[in-house]
Design a protein around this ligand. Structure first.
Ligand code: ZN
Length: 417
């Protein structure tokens, strides 16, 4: 049976829902926003959004007419699309708390890796975790994310690094997605690292596993990690090419610690996104800025690891479309709060508040290949939106470790607080 995480809209609304009297950020438009367009939020003052059967039916200013169903009076507060986390791992076994303490006591990262730590530590724990337990972990994170106003998230595999465990992770993500309102897009991150027990894994991945997963998980995207101690540029290219041949959209973790040419290769191969980019050179910035590939920044990792951040300002000024992700994972970004990534993008990557909002909504939808489905307040889009406690949208970017939005509406239903 096909296990499709993306086909399910769990809670079906019984009646219309209308938000009135709001400062609406519509973010309307059909393409990812790039360059100067990233500063435009499509504001409507005193606006309304009417939803029916899980979709947005109409958006406008003034007073709506007809059957409004449940009414949320925003009283001038901001109503905007629910956030979209376009880079999140979400599925793993075990934890890295002891490792983190060792790092804080000064153990060098190279020593952690040499002792089988980091990603490989989580690979061992994940292989030993049952599908039910994995699904339970994912479900808990999804529930917490939707309470914070995240309407769609990615969920990557990548801690199995063998066919059986990678498939188990993707099935667990699919199972968890069926019991929540947040929409989940799966990504097969088989090229996350090279496992100690299988040095031929990248080759096997490209030749055998990706073609097999095209039948099992046709809704997924394919991702890899191009870095020293992970996949080389040539190995990552082979993975992306095999993925394209099997009909998958491609993404690449690249230029996190070293500039090896991974981003340029991914652009050449037509990848939908290049993610991380903390080590991107000016040449890489120009290459990505001139391409249709979306640059995904994950600044929670810089915060947790080493204080290095992607050159967001340079990327936008070079014409790039930028999106943001939490990079939620048990090691380098132990958070489910995309709003913290928005805060850090302004604090450390040179984005404005408007740019951070675009990067965490409409552009993130395009990074997941669902730009026509969600990420903006327009008729026909999924009825996913949040009402903030404030009348100025900068509040959602300025705060960190702060309270959830006043109202979260997903698939046309208000989540109970
Ligand atoms: Zn990642």
């Amino acid at each position: 049976m096909r296990d499709d995480a993306n086909a399910t809209d769990t809670l079906q609304p019984m009646r219309p829902l209308t938000v009135v009297n709001a400062r609406l950020l519509t973010l309307a438009g059909s393409a990812a926003r790039r360059g100067a367009a990233m500063r435009s939020l499509g504001v409507i003052e005193r606006g309304f959004v009417r939803c029916n059967a899980g979709r947005i039916e109409s958006v406008g200013s003034g007073n709506p007419t007809g059957d409004l169903g449940e009414v949320i009076d925003a009283a001038g507060r901001v109503c905007m699309p629910a956030l979209i986390d376009c880079h999140a791992h979400l599925c793993w076994g075990g934890n890295r708390w002891s490792e983190w303490e060792n790092i804080r006591r000064g153990m060098p990262w190279s020593e952690i890796l040499a002792s089988g730590g980091g990603i490989l530590n989580t690979v061992r724990a994940t292989r030993a975790t049952s599908e039910d337990e994995l699904a339970q972990g994912v479900r808990g994170r999804l529930n917490a994310m939707q309470r914070l106003g995240i309407g769609t998230t990615e969920a990557k595999s990548g801690y199995g690094l063998n066919q059986e465990t990678e498939a188990r992770m993707l099935r667990a993500i699919g199972t968890a997605a069926q019991s929540v309102s947040i929409k989940v897009r799966r990504t097969f991150l088989g090229g996350h690292a090279i496992p100690q027990d299988d040095p031929e894994w990248p080759d096997r991945l490209a030749r055998e596993v990706i073609p097999a997963f095209a039948t099992l998980f046709p809704d997924a995207a394919v991702d890899a990690f191009c870095e020293r101690n992970a996949l080389s540029v040539d190995q990552a290219r082979a993975v992306l090419q095999a993925a394209k041949a099997a009909g998958f959209a491609c993404r690449l973790h690249t230029d996190q610690f070293n500039s090896l040419g991974g981003a340029e290769m991914a652009v050449q191969e037509g990848a939908r996104t290049v993610d991380h980019l903390e080590a991107a050179t000016d040449e890489t910035v120009r290459c990505v800025g001139a391409s249709p590939t979306i640059a995904v920044m994950v600044p929670c990792s810089g915060y947790a690891l080493d204080g290095r951040y992607a050159p967001g300002r340079k990327l936008i000024d070079a014409g790039a479309a930028i999106a943001l992700g939490s990079n939620c994972n048990p090691g380098s970004a132990p958070t489910i709060d995309l709003r913290f990534a928005m805060h850090l993008a302004v604090r450390h990557c040179g984005l404005s508040c408007e740019e951070a909002i675009v990067a965490a909504t409409v552009n993130a939808a395009h990074a997941l290949g669902i730009g026509g489905e969600t990420g903006s307040l327009e008729p026909g889009r999924r009825a996913d939106m949040i009402v903030l406690a404030d009348r100025d949208e900068r509040s959602i970017v300025h705060g960190f470790a702060h309270e959830p939005p006043l109202h979260v509406v997903l698939n046309g239903c208000r989540l109970s607080p």
